[in-house]
Ligand binder design. Structure first.
Ligand SMILES: Cc1ncc(COP(=O)(O)O)c(C=O)c1O
Length: 368
């Protein structure tokens, strides 16, 4: 067997710090992996339960109701007054088994391979690199202000960003898309945190005509219900955009059996109708950010970006593992910035995914 050469799974290297943090007499505050802890909305769980008797194969394309709900939700949630994602074609929507699966396999599904460049932000979710490696393509990190490599075939954008919480405005997104189009590269915008902008922050989708100029060609948006609807356990993602690209992905995914289970499709449809739940989630994370950010600053850390999304990007101007260890000694577990690229060597990523009680405990420990 020749399995693809992939990096070590980064979280395995956190075992020592995790053991230290767990030894705190009042228990660990785990702010490392961004995994939701708040409940699944009741109506979403009911939709899942109601679809339990699903003996037949589900459609890879998703039910028409799911695709319509997705197009409508994006229009409503990222529509008038903020931006104008309108008139999306439900036929150009495809459900995915969470968005990580799509991120990991997109270069392969697009037929990329040897010699093809997959570009992604210099500080990024690790799976963009893994996806390039799985396809045998070449992963290249590109800073937000650096030009794209001339041989880029796929360009990942991620706003709001994991790990930095940085938001690219419509002009910056449009400029990147124009640059990629000039190279003939596909742009995939990972928008899994788009529904979680901080107070007063406008996070624009690449599906907004202000960004794409009225033409979706070569453009994909990747969405996830994991964070905005607390559905990480359901594995519920979406990819949508250029109808020709989505049709191509559908074709390959049908052959490959990359299908979202029918009960999950029903749950997704319910979640896409639940704007109140998404707003409540956003408010919760805003409140946690408002507690944790000043607490980290008062403890001597500098916070960069972090205006949206699920993370605080913090530095104590020392190697990230030293910060991880110091916080672990106080019972707080965070992720070392080097997980997200060499540019993160002096940063840590602090997730807001803990209960209000645990976030308050973290603030108290930081003050102690
Ligand atoms: C930037 C980014 N993209 C994609 C994902 C994958 O999310 P999921 O597979 O739960 O949809 C994550 C998860 O943390 C992420 O941070």
């Amino acid at each position: 067997m020749r399995f693809p050469a992939l990096p070590d799974f980064p979280w395995d290297s956190l075992t020592g710090a995790a053991a230290v943090a767990r030894g705190h007499p009042d228990g660990v505050v785990d702010l490392s992996v961004g995994t939701p802890v708040d409940p699944v909305p009741e109506a979403v769980g009911e939709a899942l339960r109601a679809a339990w008797d699903s003996p037949g194969y589900p459609q890879t394309w998703g039910t028409p109701a799911l695709r319509e709900a997705a197009a409508a939700a994006l229009g409503r949630r990222h529509g008038a007054g903020r931006s104008a994602v309108e008139g999306l074609d439900p036929d150009a929507v495809l459900p995915t088994v969470g968005s990580k699966e799509l991120v990991a396999w997109l270069p392969t599904l697009l037929g990329l391979g040897d010699g093809d460049v997959v570009a992604f932000p210099d500080l990024a979710y690790p799976t963009y690199e893994v996806g390039a490696q799985l396809a045998g393509a070449r992963p290249v990190r590109v800073g937000d202000d650096e030009p794209l490599p001339a041989d880029a075939r796929l360009v990942w954008l991620n706003s709001p960003s994991n790990p930095t919480g940085r938001v690219l405005d419509a002009a910056a997104l449009a400029a990147r898309i124009a640059e990629a189009r000039a190279l003939g590269a596909v742009v995939a915008a990972d928008e899994c945190y788009l529904g979680l902008p901080g107070p007063g922050v406008v996070a624009t989708s690449v599906l907004d005509p202000v960004v794409h100029g009225g033409d979706l060609e070569g453009l994909l948006a990747v969405h996830s219900l994991s964070k905005i609807s607390n559905l990480a356990g359901y594995r519920a993602g979406l990819v949508l955009g250029d109808p020709a690209l989505v049709a191509g992905l559908l074709q390959v995914r049908k052959h490959a059996g990359m299908i979202v289970p029918r009960p999950v499709q029903e749950a997704m449809t319910a979640a896409l109708g639940d704007d109140v739940g998404v707003a409540a989630t956003r408010d919760r994370y805003d409140a946690r950010r408002a507690v944790l950010r000043p607490a980290l600053e008062a403890a001597g850390m500098r916070i960069e970006h972090s205006e949206a999304g699920l993370y605080l990007w913090a530095t104590a101007d020392e190697p990230c593992r030293a910060t991880v260890d110091r916080l672990a000694a106080r019972g707080i577990l965070v992720a070392p910035g080097e997980f997200y690229g060499p540019a993160g060597a002096a940063h840590v990523r602090v997730a807001l995914t803990a209960s209000d009680e645990r976030i308050a405990a973290a603030a108290q420990r930081l003050a102690g």
